[in-house]
Ligand binder design. Structure first.
Ligand SMILES: [Fe+2]
Ligand SMILES: [Fe+2]
Length: 347
């Protein structure tokens, strides 16, 4: 089956019959009985999907499909259903198409790159992050950050989240780079406030390093592990950094740990207590929230106000937000991104 429909082209009321990767399947119980909630994806994006089965479909049928797509999570399936808006969110609903979900598509017969969603410029982000690390003046701290990143399990490939922001291959490094760039801009643009550039930069790059332990490759994407919600990512980051105490003096080490420990801000266990920790916390929020609002507005029309599932608040589509993306960007997402260079931000 040739792939004819891509995520970016799906609009409400459209009949959808094409192949997509299934991510994050979850068996749920609603008013009408069991259904499966999941995400479908291809190289152009991701979309919510609900699998209900045909009219009169039994609970056993849904549970059996749930077991199959959970086992083959991250693999390609034929998705046959209809797109609709549900709670302001575009969703593909599957009824009769349940029968196509008994096995995944043979991936030898498809071009797998058509199914991997990553707007991140993975190689470009890698170069920029190593440039930033090289700019750290404290040699021990530079060595520490360099070693942690080099020895990490997938820092440049894994996502930063399961569904909220930067939830795609390469998202963790992209988010960390953004946090570093935004936090560093605070160092040079806030009058009369002295921030230690080295500590700010090291903390920003490493603030989410614990997320490397939250995901593992499954098929064509990275699935979240139970540790993602059971343990979170601060404790694993602390465990990782504890191997490198000898690289820096005690004060520097404590300041770095404090940034990571407090980066969730007001509502974390530890509130930020240094300008550097606040700078990283706000940079983290800025990077995350702007991506979430932007994603929430992706299918909105000019003048529309809707509930943003990712940002968990109302979002409004201005004239500029509805502007069409250039065709090239839609065909190969990522091509027009990341054109901002290191020197654009921090001369
Ligand atoms: Fe975090
Ligand atoms: Fe973060």
């Amino acid at each position: 089956m040739v792939k004819k429909i891509y995520i970016y082209s799906i609009i409400p009321d459209m009949a959808v019959d094409s192949q997509f990767v299934i991510e994050n399947p979850s068996l749920k119980t609603g008013r009408k009985g069991k259904f499966i909630s999941c995400t479908i994806s291809d190289r152009t994006g991701k979309l919510s999907c609900r699998i209900w089965g045909p009219y009169g479909c039994g609970r056993d049928d849904i549970e059996s499909v749930s077991r199959i797509i959970t086992e083959y999570e991250g693999h390609i399936f034929r998705i046959s259903g209809k797109a609709d808006k549900f709670n302001d969110e575009l969703t593909v609903n599957i009824n009769d198409g349940l029968r196509y979900l008994s096995e995944p598509v043979d991936e030898k017969k498809v071009t797998t790159s058509d199914y991997i969603y990553s707007p991140a410029d993975i190689d470009g982000n890698k170069t920029k992050i190593f440039e930033l690390i090289d700019s750290i003046k404290n040699d021990g701290l530079k060595e520490l950050v360099h070693t942690v990143i080099k020895k990490s399990d997938g820092f440049f490939d894994k996502p930063a989240a399961r569904t909220k922001h930067h939830d795609y291959n390469g998202g963790l490094a992209e988010h960390s780079l953004e946090v570093a760039q935004i936090a560093l801009s605070s160092c040079s643009s806030i009058c009369g406030v002295r921030l230690n550039r080295d500590i700010t930069l090291a903390g920003a790059i490493l603030h989410d390093i614990g997320k490397c332990q939250s995901f593992k490759r499954k098929g064509l994407y990275f699935a979240s592990l139970p540790a993602y919600s059971l343990i979170g990512h601060i404790t694993p980051a602390m465990q990782t950094l504890s191997r490198y105490t000898s690289f820096v003096d005690d004060n520097t080490y404590q300041e770095l740990l404090h940034i990571i420990q407090s980066h969730h801000g007001e509502y974390g266990e530890i509130r930020p207590q240094t300008p550097e920790a606040w700078a990283v916390h706000f940079a983290d929020n800025t990077s995350a929230m702007l991506h979430e609002v932007s994603e929430d507005l992706k299918t909105a029309k000019k003048g529309e106000i809707l509930w943003g599932k990712r940002s968990e608040g109302m979002v409004f589509c201005t004239e500029s937000c509805e502007e069409e993306q250039p065709d090239e960007e839609r065909k190969s997402p990522g091509a027009a991104k990341n054109q901002m260079t290191f020197t654009d931000c921090f001369d």
